[in-house]
Design a binder for this molecule. Structure first.
Ligand SMILES: [Zn+2]
Length: 249
């Protein structure tokens, strides 16, 4: 085609939007951390060669033809499919919530090599997680890690407002923990225990290997995923429907 050039990307499929009868618009996160949207023509046609490699969560190697309008996928090769996710509703819903946060924290034409490896590891962890509590940890860890990286790291060591060492309340809007006296003037500052703050610090700082090996009860894991959802929805300033579904918010 005149005026079009080819480009190859490796990327994870974050979202699929129906286009016309049989096509899809893919929203993906590239290895370099850019958000790349492209049209996969005929991807919804049964037996299409693009169908299997353009499923959600797929890590793919694809060739696009760029010109006016969105790039068009001309070839796609599957690297990792995360097939196991489709057998477990909780894991599937966790991976969907993670990809939704991923979509809101990457941008067209902005490279960030931190993003793709973190997402790939988180999706692997969704498959490895043994039970609901660990899925809650995976979602919370991904969400707090990516938001911290993007500039919304919660302040956990000292009161956000006065800098005092002891924080007994947590307020998402204020950006972290507050001491009892500062919390009096802040709406929505909820009481937190020291061990809960320790857990938030752990999911930001520890690797997925360490987190998956850690023992955690469901109440603590549920606390972490719901506070992660609130943190993301507040600071990204948007409604996160897949996260709402996963966390029951
Ligand atoms: Zn204070």
């Amino acid at each position: 085609m005149p005026g079009r050039r080819s480009k190859r990307y490796r990327a994870i499929v974050l979202d699929r939007t129906k286009l016309r009868e049989q096509d899809l618009i893919l929203t993906t996160l590239s290895l370099g951390g850019e958000q790349i949207r492209a049209v996969a023509k005929g991807a919804r046609k049964p037996g299409s060669r693009l169908a299997a490699s353009t499923e959600l969560f797929c890590d793919i190697d694809f060739l696009v033809s760029e010109g006016r309008g969105l790039p068009i996928v001309t070839e796609a090769q599957l690297i990792t499919g995360h097939k196991h996710l489709s057998y477990d509703l909780d894991a599937l819903s966790c991976a969907s919530a993670i990809c939704e946060v991923a979509r809101m924290t990457c941008y067209e034409d902005v490279e960030d090599p931190f993003l793709h490896p973190l997402l790939a590891r988180s999706l692997d962890a969704c498959e490895q997680a043994q039970g609901r509590a660990h899925l809650d940890v995976v979602y919370a860890a991904y969400t707090f890690k990516v938001l911290s990286h993007c500039g919304w790291r919660p302040i956990l060591n000292t009161c956000v407002s006065c800098g005092e060492q002891c924080g007994t309340r947590f307020c998402t809007l204020a950006g972290g923990v507050l001491c009892e006296s500062c919390a009096k003037d802040v709406e929505g500052a909820m009481p937190v225990e020291t061990w809960q703050v320790e857990w938030i610090r752990a999911i930001i700082g520890l690797t997925f290997d360490k987190l998956m090996a850690a023992e955690i009860d469901q109440a603590t894991a549920g606390f972490l995923s719901s506070i992660a959802h609130e943190w993301a929805a507040t600071h990204l300033d948007c409604r996160l429907r897949a996260s709402e579904f996963f966390t029951g918010a």
